[in-house]
Design a protein around this ligand. Structure first.
Ligand SMILES: [Fe+2]
Ligand SMILES: [Fe+2]
Length: 347
């Protein structure tokens, strides 16, 4: 309790504001992270619904004049992900820049088919990354301040996707190639209207496919610059997947009545993926051919390349299936048959 001097014209009531005081925090192994300061009433451990529907930072005392933010969610389960806080800190620590962290001078002249294939793959990826940033960006304002960690994480994701878009765009122009055909598919994802739907469709499903694609990209890279471009991007995608897995798991465990809704979102996405010409890979048939040329080492070895593409598709489904197990959604009976087939005995 602070004894405020009685000075005419000053209002020093805030010296005795009704919030928790007296907490101290020490830097941990990774410095002064959010984990170090999320203590006592300033954490988000013991409440499931926003404590104030007005725009106030978690733990502060709401000014009675504060306005309600009508577009925000009210429940923890709407946006919460147990890993958001740590993933946000990790994203801060592992930022990279395509301007300087990619050894661009390692990109050397390539035969036309390989150059064109890489540029076609990268054209597709710039489209993918544009959408991957756009979707979470639309939900930033809907995260209530009581659960701000989810908003901070989404901010890092938007930055990651911007970097992915720019690194693939740069690769298109550094070695005599150019943009390829694009524009088909994936825009349907922009119709997503709910945070959990977004997370199930984007983080749990679509970005998982993209991450496997990046891992294959690293294997079929023609030089160290491309390898690094795919490796660093895959590292960022791991965080996006982790956010999605922990959010959906939270919803499945705390709001089990939403399970059927989650299944319905995935039913739809799996069907779209299965019906696309390159089942489970992309909605763009050019990309599968480009991958096969890169994997085979040239247009004359595309058959060999396709074997590797098939292995990647299988891996995409094995990893998706693993994520489903972790979140507690059993889709063994309802996965789209074309995708299930790729799993073989693993299903
Ligand atoms: Fe990305
Ligand atoms: Fe991503």
């Amino acid at each position: 309790m602070v004894t405020a001097p009685d000075i005419p014209g000053l209002n020093l009531d805030w010296l005795n504001v009704d919030t928790e005081q007296g907490m101290t925090a020490e830097p941990g192994r990774s410095g002064m992270t959010l984990q170090q300061i999320n203590q006592s009433m300033y954490g988000a451990d013991d409440f499931d619904e926003v404590r104030n529907r007005v725009m106030v930072p978690r733990g502060s005392a709401p000014d009675p004049r504060s306005a309600i933010h009508a577009r925000q969610y009210h429940y923890k389960g709407d946006v919460w992900s147990e890993s958001a806080m740590l993933l946000y800190e990790e994203a801060q620590q592992r930022q990279w820049a395509s301007a300087e962290d990619i050894p661009w001078h390692e990109v050397k002249e390539l035969p036309d088919d390989l150059e064109m294939a890489m540029c076609t793959l990268c054209t597709f990826l710039t489209q993918v990354e544009f959408i991957a940033g756009d979707i979470p960006g639309r939900f930033l304002e809907q995260v209530p301040a009581d659960f701000f960690e989810a908003q901070l994480f989404l901010g890092t994701q938007v930055m990651d996707e911007a970097r992915h878009q720019d690194v693939f765009r740069k690769r298109i122009f550094v070695n005599g190639g150019g943009m390829s055909e694009a524009g088909f598919g994936a825009v349907a994802l922009l119709a997503i209207d709910d945070f959990t739907e977004m997370t199930a469709v984007l983080h749990l499903f679509a970005e998982g496919l993209v991450q496997s694609l990046f891992r294959m990209g690293e294997l079929i890279s023609q030089n160290d610059a491309e390898k690094r471009m795919f490796r660093l991007s895959a590292q960022d995608e791991s965080r996006h997947l982790a956010f999605g897995v922990t959010h959906v798991k939270y919803v499945v465990e705390n709001e089990p009545w939403r399970k059927e809704e989650l299944h319905a979102h995935l039913d739809l996405q799996e069907r779209v993926a299965a019906q696309s010409q390159q089942a489970s890979l992309t909605t763009n048939p050019l990309t599968g051919e480009a991958l096969a040329i890169l994997a085979g080492g040239g247009i004359e070895h595309m058959d060999e390349g396709y074997k590797m593409v098939m292995q990647m598709r299988r891996k995409q489904m094995v990893e998706y299936s693993h994520r489903l197990k972790v979140v507690g959604l059993d889709r063994s009976e309802r996965m789209a048959p074309e995708l299930r087939e790729l799993l073989g005995d693993v299903a």
